[in-house]
Design a protein around this ligand. Structure first.
Ligand code: ADP
Length: 513
């Protein structure tokens, strides 16, 4: 193993989880490896395959990913091929012939390829083991569920006695359990690296206006460094890149609407540092192996903490300190929510709403960001003390909002803990809406006592109370008060917030809608 590591891959030592996973694969055991981006997943299945005399089948969701892997293996003199819709029928037939002749070390395929014919063909082949890349796609609890992956639950029936090596960069405990159950793999197969990236600085800021000032001041501290800026739409990537270049930065935009040739060229320019900054949609990043990315900036809220963690994880693969900044606003949550509205009614859809909610809660929170991410994935870590805005910026100006919090909590209580945010704010601001008058809530002592704050400012109080768990929202968005909330009402606890967050600014979009 050691010799192959050095001779073929050029590394001196294994990372701890790599060695353990490889040993299990060689013993023909199943594994589910959860290893953050950049952790070295490919080596785990590629190295043991070189010690076996059959073919390793690698199931992967994206042609671009397969293409990268096949190319790099072939450059190493290893016979790897893929079956894909991007190749002609003749090319695919040649690949199948080589497979049946036992000439292939690796065969990369998409999950949709598993029809009766293909399964029957594979059953005639000597398989080393089966790799499932991006295994979270198997699970409706995961952040990228794919129907085609669901069929992989039959793998153990189709290929009796063949072990499975499944990989994912990010999975919550629920996702992990679901993957194991679906693939019929024993719980003991799980190998997991705690979700933590000590070399990343994590910051989140409310987006102000079109955010150009925030973006430029962030880039100014990263002069001449390589980084990625993630935008929500293709158009935004183009406009922002153009703007940055007009300000003397060296950037290019990248998205799925460009032709493969153009994308390859930009990719190559970035790799070789002819372009320093890539302004991209999330289409950029899969399989990029550039170790010195010094920063990742998001101009809006990602869909899930899983994708966010994967995207910031592209910075600092060389383990050197790297910087990340997330710019967000309430309106991001609303626009992402409408995208989920369009999905068919499934468990996955339900989970995606929850994941988006968690992402927004993360952004507005004042807790240690590293700790929040770790907890989301079910890991325990200490607060970082020095690597996130909430731990670093002790000198940020705080204001006391205990009174406002008490008003809000009191309104929830007096209206009988039966209503959501909008209704409570309407009561506080003395609205004449029909429902309030019908229920006689205009007679409550809290009616109209919050007219001095805008709905947006009440939104900030609300976010803070959720963040510190003074209130909880049930599945119908009805607000209930917790013990912490009761302590605030009794003046046993005070509540503070960043002054900047509370002052009326353009950044308070969203709560008006
Ligand atoms: P992942 O798929 O987990 O994101 P990769 O397999 O692409 O990660 O590996 C990430 C980087 O780490 C690659 O540049 C790879 O060459 C490097 N790498 C993997 N294993 C080792 C090792 N044992 N020692 C040093 N570098 C390694």
């Amino acid at each position: 193993m050691q010799k192959l590591l050095k001779d073929v891959f050029g590394f001196d030592s294994f990372r701890p989880i790599q060695k353990e996973a490889i040993n299990r694969i060689l013993k023909r055991e199943d594994v589910l490896v959860v290893l953050p981006t950049g952790g070295g997943k490919s080596l785990i299945y590629q190295l043991p395959s070189l010690m076996m005399d059959g073919t390793t089948i690698v199931i992967s969701p994206l042609i671009a990913l397969m293409q990268d892997q096949v190319t790099s293996l072939r450059l190493n003199g290893i016979n790897a091929q893929m079956l894909s819709s991007s190749q002609t029928n003749e090319q695919n037939s040649l690949v199948l012939n080589s497979l049946l002749n036992g000439e292939l070390k690796f065969l990369y395929v998409a999950p949709e390829r598993f029809n009766d014919f293909f399964i029957a063909t594979l059953q005639r082949v000597k398989i080393n083991f089966i790799v499932i890349d991006e295994a979270h796609c198997v699970s409706e609890w995961g952040h990228e569920f794919r129907d085609d992956y669901r069929r992989l639950k039959y793998l153990k029936e189709w290929f009796r006695g063949v072990n499975i090596a499944a990989f994912t960069a990010t999975a919550t405990k629920e996702t992990e359990n679901d993957i194991l159950e679906t693939l019929k793999i024993d719980k003991r197969a799980l190998l997991r690296v705690p979700t933590k990236r000590d070399n990343l600085i994590i910051r989140c800021q409310k987006r102000v206006g079109d955010a150009k000032d925030q973006i430029v001041s962030f880039l100014n501290i990263h002069k001449d460094e390589c980084g990625i800026i993630y935008c929500f739409t293709r158009k935004e990537t183009e406009k922002l890149s153009e703007y940055l270049n007009s300000k003397g930065f060296n950037s290019a935009s990248y998205h799925a609407g460009l032709t493969p040739d153009v994308r390859d060229e930009i990719f190559d320019d970035f790799k070789n540092e002819r372009v320093k900054i890539i302004v991209a949609t999330i289409a950029f990043g899969m399989g990029i192996d550039k170790s010195n990315i010094r920063f990742v900036l998001h101009t809006s809220l990602p869909k899930t903490i899983e994708s966010y963690f994967q995207e910031i994880g592209r910075a600092g693969r060389d383990d050197l300190k790297s910087d990340t900044l997330l710019l967000y606003s309430k309106s991001d949550e609303i626009s992402k929510r409408t995208l989920i509205d369009d999905l068919p009614e499934t468990k996955y859809k339900e989970n995606m709403y929850k994941k988006l909610e968690s992402m927004y809660r993360f952004a507005v929170s004042s807790k240690c960001r590293h700790k929040m991410i770790a907890e989301y994935f079910g890991d325990e870590v200490e607060t970082c003390e020095s690597r996130c805005d909430n731990c670093i910026d002790e000198d940020r100006e705080l204001i006391d909002i205990t009174i406002e919090s008490q008003k809000f909590l009191s309104a929830i209580l007096r209206a009988g803990e039966k209503f959501g945010f909008t209704y409570i704010v309407d009561v506080l601001r003395g609205s004449n809406r029909k429902k309030i008058l019908e229920l006689g809530h205009n007679k409550l002592s809290v009616y109209g006592i919050g007219a001095d704050l805008s709905k947006k400012q009440w939104g900030v109080v609300f976010d803070k109370l959720l963040d510190i768990e003074a209130i909880v929202q049930d599945e119908f968005k009805v607000l209930k008060i917790t013990n912490i909330g009761k302590q605030i009402l009794k003046k046993e606890l005070s509540v503070t917030i960043l002054k900047d967050d509370f002052e009326e600014k353009k950044s308070f979009e969203g709560y008006d809608s």
